[in-house]
Design a protein around this ligand. Sequence first.
Ligand code: UD1
Length: 419
Amino acid sequence: MNRLIIKGGNRIGGEIKLQGAKNSILPIMSATVLAKGETILKNCPELSDVYAAGRILTHLGCRVRKEKDGVLSISNNGLDKCSIPDKLMCEMRSSIIFLGAVLGECGECSLCFPGGCQLGPRPLDIHLSALRKMGVNVVEEHGCIKCRTPHGIKGSNIMLPFPSVGATENIILAAVRASGDTEIRNAAREPEIHDLLSYLRACGAKIECAGESTIHISGVSSLHGCEHSIMPDRIAAATYMAASAVTDGALRLTNTGGLDADSFSVFFEQMGCSVYHDQESIYIKSGKKLKAIKSLKTMPYPGFPTDMQAIMMAVLSRAEGTSVFEENIFESRYKHVDALNKMGADIKVYGKIAVVEGVNRLYGADVRATDLRGGASMVLAALSAEGTTTISDINHIDRGYEKIDVILSSAGAEIERKS
Ligand code: UD1
């Protein structure tokens, strides 16, 4: 099992080229199932989840080729299969997004409930009830989902009870090749959803956004491959900015074009950091002494993202004063707290609330990554800690961060990967 060994105390600074977004490339890779011919994806991050999506595509009958410089070429000359084996489904949560795409292409799909980070219950009722409304016959048995469309997928008006990211993506993928029009109201508004829509439009889909959370899709009979550049990863951006903030560094992130930097810079500014951004880069300079943030409540976009909760918690554990978190998206997303406390943080959890009293010092310890962003929070704590931290189970971290050890080391960290 791989481990990261980090000797804390070095400033994180200089320049980091930001990776492409995990939460964008995975649904777009699923969408290639619907697009005949070749898709060329640029700015692809090298992540274990991307390899897992590639294995699913290969199993379905597509050809996936990794070119140099973050380019992935996917050829779809028709699918051989319309089911995904449990082993492939269990590798990551995003495998569920293949459901809408395979259904749209084949008119049927069977798969089991997906794997991914254990953040509490992650039901699929919103996905499945929307698909039923679109004329899909859904049978759930023994952890498997079997979907058929006896008369094809039909466009429908769908009002989501909650703006679920995954459900919005599945409905979009089922709708682009459906007969008739689909309207999704209270759709998720995350920027990665818009990247998926851009890709699909370039493939020939007819999609319009009305207001901020309504998506209108007119089904078309076929889609073709295209060339698309994956948007930059805002969560990885926040993670590297956090690394600089918590180590009193000054860092420039490049390859950030198209990111809504204000949506997450604001949290660093509240801590007393200075942040400047232009079309292509974001610059952060840490404040002399970080300040607590009174209240951080995770919400669907454009609110404070659940994916940044653990990351900001690691930084705020070193800030002056008391910060209060409220996790509103997932039931069990404080699993990193025990590790941070083991390193000297003072965090108390009361149900969905976590109260963080800033401390002057953190100390190196042996900890275990609990999930992707929880693991990243341990890396951040380790960078600012006295002494050496060993983080095991870093397969969680590798799901979402491209070569995190190489990147942080180029920015000044003393970090080593050992197997
Ligand atoms: C969520 C995050 C996304 C993040 C990802 C990985 C939100 C809104 N979504 O996306 O930003 O990148 O986790 O950490 O912050 N739910 C149901 N029934 C469903 C689907 C979802 O009850 O059918 C509930 C979930 O249990 C959860 C919430 O809705 O409480 C958010 O779900 P959803 O947005 O679908 O999750 P992800 O797509 O995994």
